[in-house]
Design a protein around this ligand. Structure first.
Ligand code: SAM
Length: 212
């Protein structure tokens, strides 16, 4: 199977055709080998237009959803980014291609270990891993210029708002257990403004400031 050809096709038919325009993001999605973030038995589906199972009842998000959320983060290159929900590690790789440092938190130890092994094997040196409840953020490393929550939450966890830098952006799927909408929070002069984007369905963010 020619995975590079499948990736180029994915970018053209699933991302560019639906309005994704950020050139650096499109290049990153052409480059990162998404199939290596899946079990071998699932690799033939890696470039399909859907979320896929990664074990432990969790998922790797649909490529288009990864692109929408990442484009909304408006990353230019020098940012310190916090990701909540490492999962397979694929989204962390995309963020690492675009920004300076990525801090990623996962509550399931095995998923974090597997993601770290893959990302180390791929040579990423700017991704830092933590196992725990990401709804509390990563206070020792705050503030962050960008924060991405990759699991569905009833509201933006308060600690993450506190750990966002001035001019920072948070992107998260906010809603009930079974359907959410992508919300963008921008911090300016200490105040938060929010806008609402694509409807979506994510696995739940489970933790002190998410779902119990
Ligand atoms: N970003 C991932 C990727 O690229 O594969 C996909 C993330 S998956 C949709 C959501 C992840 O969030 C799951 O791995 C889940 O275990 C994790 N999660 C849920 N609640 C969490 C929490 N409070 N802290 C950290 N991770 C959490």
């Amino acid at each position: 199977m020619d995975f590079q050809e499948l990736r180029d096709m994915m970018v053209k038919t699933q991302l560019i055709s639906r309005g994704i325009r950020d050139k650096r993001l499109l290049d990153a999605m052409k480059k990162v080998p998404r199939h290596l973030f899946l079990d071998e038995s699932m690799q033939h589906k890696a470039y399909d237009d859907m979320a896929l199972a990664i074990g432990e009842g969790q998922t790797i998000s649909q490529p288009y959803m990864v692109a929408v959320m990442t484009e909304l983060l408006e990353i230019e290159g020098e940012e310190k980014v916090l990701e909540i929900g490492t999962g397979s590690g694929y989204q962390a790789a995309i963020l690492a291609e675009l920004s300076k440092e990525v801090y990623t938190v996962e509550r399931v130890q095995e998923l974090s270990d597997r993601a770290a092994a893959r990302l180390n094997a791929l040579g990423y040196k700017n991704i830092h891993f933590r196992v725990g409840d990401g709804t509390a953020g990563w206070p020792e490393e705050a503030p962050f210029n960008r924060i991405l929550i990759t699991a569905g939450t009833p509201k933006i966890p308060e600690p993450l708002l506190e750990q966002l830098s001035e001019k920072g952006i948070i992107i998260a799927p906010v809603g009930d257990r079974f359907s959410q909408q992508i919300v963008k929070i921008v911090k300016s002069k200490g105040k938060f403004s929010e806008s609402f984007h694509t409807p979506c369905v994510f696995v739940p963010l489970i933790g002190e400031y998410g779902w119990k």
